[in-house]
Design a protein around this ligand. Structure first.
Ligand code: NAD
Length: 296
């Protein structure tokens, strides 16, 4: 077969572990590596080859996938991929990182005869488990076509959005929307509750009208219960909003609500809630409103 068969998968956290599991289910040969132990052993039980490091994982691989926390993590692993990867190896970075860093890595990969895609994801842990992620891909069309079957084993929506870095730019727009919508849903819930209206039917009717959105559909129940178990950690969304603001500055655009959302996320983190789900923005609205329910 012409398509990729052997995958190296680096970074087996909340997102990476179920994504790698879906590749195994789809019949790919997958070598896995994670900095902290445990996750690789769990995937080995599903048929993965646990690798001793990045170099060992990429040995013989057609595609190497990274799902790591932040830009410096991806850049460090990328250096190891460059050093160990055979010509033609395709690196698909599915982390959320700075678009400029993605472009720079793609250029360096090309100089060394490797190929690179930025392919960040949306859909959260549930989307990763269900293989239903939305994947926004930046890079060369031929490389996207080569990697597409692999990406489609992890996502139900795979869209080539433009050249290197474009996927990360679209992901930044995604994170801007998600942060702003969570904050507005949080404010709406607290407003309704503080006015003496039962928030559960309120959320149901709001979800059916023009204000309806996926955060209301998927997150409101947890928010009403003040259950802020991650999910998607405040630390990571804080990182993403830094990327959003830098991207806006680079593009010369002004995003006032995005800047405010970034400040609110930063305040939540500074107050010790970095490990909570990003819906903990609701707890902050509680506290700002003197309502004292905002535990997380
Ligand atoms: P996570 O912290 O759960 O997982 C990251 C994993 O990478 C950890 O297991 C860590 O041990 C490993 N790691 C870090 N540095 C490494 C290295 N040098 N070599 C090998 N392994 C290393 O994070 P996550 O929630 O899975 O998120 C990963 C990426 O996906 C982030 O960029 C995040 O912004 C993005 N993302 C997350 C979600 C979500 O809902 N959690 C949704 C969309 C996108």
């Amino acid at each position: 077969m012409d398509g990729p068969q052997r995958i190296a998968f680096i970074g087996l956290g909340i997102m990476g572990a179920p994504m790698a599991a879906n590749l195994l289910k789809a019949g790919y040969q997958v070598a896995v590596y994670n900095r902290s132990p445990g996750a690789a052993e769990r995937l080995a039980a599903l048929g993965a080859r646990p690798a001793t490091g990045v170099a060992d994982a990429v040995r013989g691989a057609d595609v190497v996938i990274t799902v790591l926390p932040d830009t410096p993590d991806v850049e460090a692993v990328f250096e190891e991929i460059l050093a160990a990867g055979a010509p033609g190896l395709l690196h698909a970075d599915m982390s959320t990182i700075d678009p400029g860093a993605s472009r720079a890595m793609a250029a360096r990969a090309a100089e060394d005869g490797l190929r690179a895609l930025d392919a960040p994801v949306s859909g959260g842990e549930q989307g990763a488990i269900e293989g239903a992620l939305s994947i926004m891909v930046g890079g060369e069309a031929a490389d996207v076509a080569y990697a597409r079957p692999v990406l489609e084993a992890m996502g139900s929506t795979v869209v080539h959005v433009g050249p290197s870095g474009s996927g990360q730019t679209v992901k930044a727009a995604n994170q801007l929307l998600v942060a702003g919508i969570i904050e507005l849903v949080a404010e709406a819930i607290v407003l309704v509750e503080a006015s003496g209206v039962d928030p559960e039917p309120a959320v149901r009717v709001l979800a059916g009208g023009l204000a309806g959105n996926r955060i209301l559909d998927r997150k409101a129940a947890g928010m009403l219960a003040r259950d802020f178990t991650p999910g998607f950690r405040v630390d990571l969304h804080h990182k993403d909003l830094g990327i959003v603001l830098a991207a806006a500055r680079a593009a010369g655009v002004t995003i006032p609500l995005g800047a405010l959302a970034a400040q609110l996320m930063g305040a939540l983190r500074a107050q010790g809630h970095g490990g909570s789900d990003h819906t903990a923005l609701l707890g902050q609205v509680d506290r700002l409103s003197g309502r004292g329910r905002g535990t997380s």
